[in-house]
Design a protein around this ligand. Structure first.
Ligand code: BGC
Ligand code: ZN
Length: 370
């Protein structure tokens, strides 16, 4: 079957003929792939900055944002049947008995670093025709989400980040004041850095959680990303037109910054304007550029004197996948076509290499295999 593969040692990206996998354990499920999303991680892998083939293989089949359809189930499979739509989890546990995270299925918090990730690190991915894996890594998706379900995996980043946010803010009085008999009013401001898929999905997730949400991104409006923000009730602010300090004056107290660009200079600049009791979440992985100057005394003073918290978050557990699936349905209800507009291009597998290596514009591009 066809697959898109990177060969790190010879620095090549090719469409190859890859052996079709088959069911080998009772709880295995075989999928025919429908959609595979392309993200920044994939582009890094095809430029050979990231990504590791499975042991003994000279290539890695890429792709980790998936949607597939069940075509066959092993005799022990209980949760899925032929025709079901599923989104796959990406990370697989390490095998160290002392890794308490992996041992309880939270490999997104793996301690040892010896986890694997399908399409990224040590395991083939999903940009191919058929995929086999254990049912426990598969998440059932309702049929009405078929056209957008490939967004579930990038949305899990926001879901995991927000799960932790509630835990962190349980440290202080954080509930918004409510008048008796009336629904609680929004009282927290969130600033999302970046209007890529992770940023825009994060803005949707934060909107649904009740945040007044601002998206701070480079390009001045009007542009499709800014339009999408208005469609979901978020306010778009261009960093070309509005300095960080002006942005902070516009927003008021910044309770949360959700970083979704992977640009450290912008991030550390915005950190200066994080509000009292605020939280700063990193989700982007920056490339290695030259060191920059940062006023560390100012930042450290504020972290102490304003009770601030900063954390990074990667990958996601089962719960985040389930939440992402039900959240996508909710976004659909609230903003009928906004979710769909995140997917700006669909390509055939033989166009995948241009898509991965070229400069194809748009928000989220998808390789459609059917
Ligand atoms: C994926 C995550 C993965 C991370 C690091 C991201 O693009 O969405 O699932 O853990 O890359 O490899
Ligand atoms: Zn582990």
């Amino acid at each position: 079957m066809k697959a898109v593969a990177v060969f790190p040692s010879s620095k090549q990206v090719k469409i190859i003929d890859h052996p079709e996998p088959s069911i080998s354990s009772a709880t295995d499920v075989k999928l025919r792939m429908i959609d595979v999303g392309v993200c920044g991680t994939d582009k890094e892998i095809v430029s050979f900055q990231y990504g590791t083939p499975p042991q003994g293989s000279e290539y890695l089949v890429i792709g980790h944002e998936s949607l597939g359809e069940v075509v066959q189930t092993g005799p022990g499979v209980k949760t899925l049947k032929k025709g079901d739509l599923v989104v796959m989890m990406v990370r697989r546990p390490c095998d160290h008995p002392q890794c308490v995270a992996c041992r309880v299925g939270r490999q997104d918090f793996c301690y040892t670093g010896d986890f694997t990730e399908r399409g990224i690190k040590g395991r083939h991915g999903f940009m191919t025709e058929y995929v086999v894996d254990d049912e426990k890594y598969m998440n059932l998706v309702p049929g009405n989400l078929r056209d957008v379900a490939v967004l579930v995996e990038p949305l899990t980043i926001a879901q995991k980040a927000i799960e932790q946010l509630w835990q962190v803010q349980a440290r202080l009085p954080w509930a918004c004041p409510a008048e008796a008999g009336k629904p609680a009013q929004f009282c927290h401001n969130a600033v999302v850095l970046g209007a890529g898929p992770v940023g825009l999905l994060g803005a949707m997730a934060l909107g649904v959680q009740g945040f007044k949400t601002y998206v701070y991104s480079r390009t001045p409006p009007p542009n499709p990303r800014a339009d999408l923000c208005s469609a979901i009730g978020a306010q778009y602010i261009s960093s070309d037109e509005t300095s960080v300090d002006e942005m902070a004056r516009k927003v008021g107290r910044i309770d949360l910054v959700y970083e979704a660009v992977g640009a450290s200079s912008l991030a550390f600049d915005v950190m200066r304007v994080l509000g009292t009791n605020g939280v700063f979440i990193f989700t982007g992985v920056p490339g290695r550029k030259a060191p920059i100057e940062v006023d560390t005394d100012l930042l450290m003073r504020d972290f102490v004197l304003k009770n601030q918290v900063i954390y990074g978050t990667v990958n996601a557990g089962k719960q985040a996948f389930l939440e992402a699936i039900s959240d996508l349905e909710e976004y659909r209800r609230r903003w009928p076509d906004a979710v769909k507009r995140l997917i700006t291009g669909r390509f055939r597998i033989d166009q995948a290499i241009d898509l991965l290596t070229g400069r194809v514009g748009g928000i989220k591009n998808v390789v459609s295999l059917q």
